[in-house]
Design a protein around this ligand. Structure first.
Ligand SMILES: [Zn+2]
Length: 163
């Protein structure tokens, strides 16, 4: 297990499309462990493999007690409902926050580290996290969805959650 360096905006790896996982082997499990360690260290709520420089379709999310650890391999959004606007940030864009528009609810299918398929329903913050992380796998940063960036004076004390 190890905490990996989080790649930041401007790093080419963040703008590329990640490859599907086809081998559910030890290297996948080790990647998931590194993502968890790095996410814990960062204090964020979600992280995608390209953010630590690995172009594989793997995401880890943890909203605390609400979700525990969610590990997504080859995730796909199969349904979206409604819309929401809220503050969003990204571990790869430190100190930058904006209001984004995202679906209110999403249905995601993904495999686990052993290759078994699962469905996940997310609403509100979890829906945002699913959308944000899956975008990373397609080389898309949250700024694509920003309606308005916030300036420092508008940021609250809860130090907005990052993905
Ligand atoms: Zn992000």
């Amino acid at each position: 297990m190890s905490v990996r360096r989080i790649r930041e905006e401007g790093d080419a790896v963040l703008y590329q499309k990640s490859e599907p996982v086809i081998s559910f082997d030890d290297s996948l499990k080790s990647l998931v462990r590194d993502l968890k360690d790095t996410l814990l260290e960062s204090g964020g709520v979600g992280i995608a493999a390209p953010q630590i420089g690995v172009l594989k379709r793997v995401v880890v999310i943890n909203l605390g007690e609400e979700t525990g650890w969610i590990e997504l391999v080859n995730p796909r959004i199969v349904n979206k409902e409604g819309s929401q606007e809220d503050i969003e940030g990204c571990l790869s864009c430190p100190g930058q926050f904006g209001i984004t528009r995202r679906p209110m609810k999403v249905l995601v299918t993904a495999q686990d580290v052993d290759g078994f398929e699962h469905k996940y329903k997310g609403k509100e913050l979890l829906a945002r996290a699913f959308c944000h992380e899956i975008d990373h796998l397609d080389g898309i940063l949250f700024k694509t969805h920003v309606i308005r960036m916030l300036d420092a004076g508008e940021l609250g004390t809860e130090s907005e959650k990052c993905n």
